[in-house]
Design a protein around this ligand. Sequence first.
Ligand code: FAD
Length: 449
Amino acid sequence: MQALNDIDVVIVGAGLAGLTAAHELKKSDVSFIILEARSRAGGRIFSTMTEDNLPIDLGAQWIGSGQKRMMRLASEYKLQLTPTFQIGNTLFNLRRKQKKTKGSVPSLSPVAMLEVKKLKKKLNKVSKQIPANAPWDSKVAKQLDKMTLEEFILKHSHSNVASAYIRLIIEELLCAKLYEISALDFCWCIKSAGTLEQLLSAESYWFKDGAEKVVDQLIEPLKTMIYFEHPVHHIIYEEKGAVVFAGKQSWKTSKVIITVPPNLVTKIDFDPPLPSDRIQLCERSGFPSVIKLIYVYDRPFWRELGLNGTAYSDEPPVNLTIDSSPVDKYKGILTVLIGSNSAREIARLEHGLRHDLVKGALVRLFGKEAAFPLEVFEKDWTADIWTRGGYGTHFSTGVISQFGPSLIQPVGPIHWAGTETASEWRMYMEGAVQSGERVSNEVVRSLKK
Ligand SMILES: Cc1cc2nc3c(=O)[nH]c(=O)nc-3n(C[C@H](O)[C@H](O)[C@H](O)COP(=O)(O)OP(=O)(O)OC[C@H]3O[C@@H](n4cnc5c(N)ncnc54)[C@H](O)[C@@H]3O)c2cc1C
């Protein structure tokens, strides 16, 4: 193998996982570079500014108090967190009926409420049996992985209203239809967060100055080690090392850390090819579709109507809205999330029609004033070639139980990270950080051998 440079580790991807791995390697005096396809770091974290310089997040935004690594980063970098606005009623647009409620559960009939409780309890109980770092080893893995999440919910619920409510909140969490996802995949998500209740509290705080501030802080000491606009396209490897190709350059290295999500691993040409389990896993993985929009208004007018800005809806196209208005400037900012089929359907429409549909949905939820935003921002993550969807990869039936171990199993000098590989808070920023910590330990240990 001939290449230009000798380096201990090449990290592929400057998202949160890659940047965390780099920080950890730096502590161990291991030499490394980061190759990043985009012209910016952060991957699925992407902040921008409104006309009057209010930071907004078009990618990852919220964290929960149980996410200790993200909380630690916020405190270490002195980044202010804003609690998600919760004064007033949450809206539920469920089965064409609109309900206002205090808290996160709509007022349902006593029978439906009991069913919701039973379903949540069942999901927690089953998830408890899954090892968060190896769900495929669980006794219930095969059985759960045969079933879509939709089948699981229908099997354990005897109330259409209860299953409609559970479907609504989980489909928002995953950006996918329940029939697309394996029950094992979702139970693994629950286990990695602790409980379903913890998973549902992941949107408790947001970074006042944008989540990208975390990335800005992380890249500060790494600037000379990151090569932007260097998509890795080819990796030649043997047991003792690899040559990594990005553009016309190549780097000879002892170890490679790949942090790109499994769907994008398929875009890299490996020589020799990856083991067939790894290839199968990557080829059977994909991101759900998601579009994130930000509507900026002259004030958070919904608060005057006694609403807190959070609205869940099973009527297309809007799935979820959350108030992201600044506490210190009186502007109204409504974050709008559109996932799954709705995201695909409206992405096919031309811009004007798409926005009319979204505005129409907001008017139905919040009244006429919603039709008059000052500014609108939109990011269709499915169209972004360096991500291809969001929030994270979810597997359909039969994938995790058969090919799951290959997700984290090193292949010669190649080690895997990224939120998709996390055992804590997989699919979240917290999971990306945890995977970066895990992989750097793994690599440092194996370099010492
Ligand atoms: C719309 C949206 C909203 C979200 N909201 C939240 C939220 O509120 N809270 C939360 O915790 N999480 C949220 N998430 C999920 C969160 O963004 C991710 O879990 C996390 O950022 C993943 O980090 P990562 O480093 O694992 O992967 P990524 O951020 O995807 O990083 C991978 C990096 O690899 C690069 N790359 C890809 N291919 C190559 C290649 N061939 N060569 C070199 N580089 C390559 C990419 O450009 C990218 O920078 C959201 C995601 C989306 C899309």
